[in-house]
Design a protein around this ligand. Sequence first.
Ligand SMILES: [Zn+2]
Length: 176
Amino acid sequence: MKNHFEIREVKKEDKRTSFDFFVDGKALSEWLNINRFDLAFCDFDLDLVEVDKSKFPNYNRTKINKKAASRFLGNDQPPFNQFETNRIVLYRCHCGVDYCGIISFLLEKQDDLIIWKEITYENEDFIYVENKSYENDGFNCKEEIESKGLKPIKELRFDRSKYELEFKNYLNNYCA
Ligand SMILES: [Zn+2]
């Protein structure tokens, strides 16, 4: 079974346009049971952000957006995260630091499919390692995930051409 994938604008403010992924018509953040705008998870790399050029002359948001799209398309290997694992970051803390806690997943690219695996939470105490679950077994990560009310997702499967088209449209419409 395949899931339906979309990239949608979810909020438009003065200097920020926020996006989310929609899976089978519902925001991914909702499936995960997190608040997309909570400080803990509001940093999303596809968001368009305008910054004060005089204060941050070297900040190039379009470059960040394009890099993120390339990562989600599986073209950026290994995908960068601060834990130096091959997982892709979806939502991170407003301060931009992965160690605070992120929602991340593993991307698998097949001829006709894009598969997202093990969409779940990580932080500096427990880094998710492929096929091994959490690295630090001594730490009760399940408890932490439960206390946050988070609902990890085992797997999502997307039609590759439709998935790529969503990113193509995003790049054409917002990063040209
Ligand atoms: Zn933080």
